[in-house]
Design a binder for this molecule. Structure first.
Ligand code: GLN
Length: 546
């Protein structure tokens, strides 16, 4: 069977959740036994989002093979419980770079290189790449941006051409729009959707399915009206009402029979969906037996998407522990000696987030000290781990000027320093230590107890590392390196064995957490926070009883 292609476009406004809809449809098709993947085409000119800051783009998601990608790929992996790769995220920058490089090599000698056909041919080649690999029955392609944007036009055009090149039953277009509710008129309005579909039609594309984001239920009458004006069948007008959790959206799409409509168009018959594992997760998520409060200390905490994978990993780990995890954002830039007690009081666990640059660094160090001295469960990720080392070097080893050379190039005590192969690197894009690397665990460590095996693999995104010149001194003073890369000896994990739960990791465990496969350190951290919470509450009760 040749692969089937679903294209997902968006209209009316941005941020409608094309990624969640794409993931939910893919989940339903996967649950019927089909091999499904999802790819995203982003209209911007950056080759990848690796050099964008979270204000521009939210989190940068890293794949196993070391691609810095759009955060929607995180949703694809979490919903499908599969790995994506470099091929799953294409940007205009990548397309142009390929075409211009080919032009320089003489691939188009004598020809004028143009958007049509050269750019659109390269887009089409990439749109079909995963489908042609033979690994998938269905490839869902999410087109970034909103219909009508100048920059996404070549993607829409390539999709239009493919609709004619592929057999009719192999290709399908979904258009996701907003049906706004006007409270003054007490009415849902269909006009923006009509206009949005008209824009798509002007570009030569007729959607097969309309998915309407809405705050209120769509009446049959409104569905009929949308079908009539937008040229789709009434049963292909799908309601997507706001959900309490994104993980419920596959169930909602199932109720709307989205999967059946897609299969019908593709002429496919499959088994009924098996969503037992997913339902089990939703049941655990919806019926917590306890609750904890953890601090997320970072400099982008006011942005909802900056630490997306960490927040999702807490949801998975919470469900695994039957515990509601309340994540309290603590802005590292405003964390000082004077307010650290007040800001972190009542926290059952403290997570220090990854990051780059100087802003908020001292605040992170203060938070580490608080967690270490008060014996609050501590979890440092990447820069968070590096700051745990800086804090220990300063306050336990007495090296008061200990610092990372990322912000203080000439410090006398560079406990965190640039990796050797980074010292000659000047290009910024895609040159960090990226993707999956192995890590060997010490057998009598917290990490080993958490993972239950000696060799693990996690994803990375960093240029700096723990300086091995300090390992012995740290060790003697009580901070152990319990995980190392077996090939390079790079320190990957630090722990303080005398602390109830203190772990810092150079890698990013959050990227691999999924509802059906929650990440073990997050699960253990939530459990440690629950224990801290119980003990703490018990103490308070005991104290007040006295
Ligand atoms: N800035 C640090 C480095 O490059 C940490 C990176 C991170 O937290 N992802 O090593």
């Amino acid at each position: 069977m040749s692969a089937k292609y679903v294209f997902v476009t968006g209209g009316v406004v941005s941020s409608l959740g094309k990624g969640i809809i794409s993931s939910s449809l893919a989940k339903l098709l996967q649950s019927r036994g089909l091999r499904v993947t999802i790819q995203k085409f982003d209209p911007y000119l950056n080759v990848d989002p690796g050099t964008l800051n979270p204000y521009e783009h939210g989190e940068c998601f890293v794949t196993e093979d070391g691609a810095e990608t759009d955060l929607d790929l995180g949703h694809y992996e979490r919903f499908l419980n599969i790995y994506t790769s470099r091929a799953n995220n294409v940007t205009t920058g990548k397309i142009y770079r390929t075409v211009i490089d080919k032009e320089r090599q003489g691939a188009y000698l004598g020809k004028t290189v143009q958007i049509i056909p050269h750019i659109t041919d390269e887009i089409k080649r990439r749109m079909l790449l995963l489908g042609k690999s033979g690994q998938y029955d269905v490839v869902v392609t999410e087109i970034g941006g909103t219909v009508g944007d100048i920059e996404s036009l070549p993607f829409i055009e390539a999709m239009r051409q493919l609709q004619w090149e592929l057999p009719d039953e192999d290709c399908l277009v979904i258009h996701l729009t907003l049906v706004p509710y006007l409270s003054a008129a007490k009415e849902l309005k269909s006009k923006p959707t009509q206009h949005s579909v008209k824009l798509l039609q002007q570009d030569g594309v007729q959607p097969d399915i309309l998915i309407c984001r809405t705050e209120h239920k769509l009446s049959q009458e409104l569905r009929k009206k949308l079908a009539l004006f937008c040229n789709v069948r009434p049963n292909a007008v799908i309601e997507s009402i706001d959900a309490d959790t994104i993980y419920r959206v596959p169930m909602m799409m199932r109720e709307e029979k989205l999967d059946e409509i897609v299969l019908e168009k593709f002429g496919l018959t499959t088994a009924e969906p098996d969503l037992e594992a997913w339902k089990g997760f939703l049941d655990r998520l919806g019926a917590p037996k306890s609750h904890v409060t953890v601090a997320l200390v970072g400099k982008y905490v006011e942005l909802q998407d900056a630490y997306k994978s960490i927040l999702e990993a807490f949801i998975h780990a919470g469900a695994a522990n039957r515990c509601k995890v309340k994540v309290v954002p603590v802005h590292s830039e405003y964390l000082t000696e004077d307010n650290v007690e007040e800001k972190l009081a009542g926290m059952d666990g403290i997570l220090i987030a990854p990051g780059f640059g100087e802003r908020g660094l001292e605040g992170k160090i203060k938070a580490v000290r608080y967690a270490r001295e008060r014996k609050v469960p501590f979890f440092g990720i990447c820069l968070g781990m590096q700051m745990a080392v800086v804090e220990y070097a300063r306050n336990v080893l007495g090296l008061s000027d200990a610092m990372t050379t990322e912000v203080e190039a000439n410090t006398a005590n560079p406990v965190i320093d640039l990796m050797a192969d980074q010292k000659t690197t000047t290009v910024k894009g895609g040159t960090m230590r990226l993707g999956a690397y192995k890590c060997q665990l010490e057998e009598d460590s917290l990490a080993y107890r958490i993972y239950g095996k000696p060799l693990i693999s996690e994803r990375h995104r960093h240029r700096y590392e723990l300086n091995n010149d300090y390992v012995e001194r740290l060790n003697t003073a009580g901070m152990r390196i319990t995980g190392c890369n077996p090939e390079t000896g790079l320190a990957e994990i630090v722990e303080i064995p005398t602390h109830p739960f203190f772990i810092g990791v150079q890698f990013h465990p959050e990227y691999k957490s999924t509802p059906e496969n929650p990440q073990p350190i997050f699960v253990a951290f939530v459990k440690a926070s629950m224990e801290y919470h119980d003990k703490h509450n018990h103490n308070t009760e005991a104290e007040s009883a006295r």
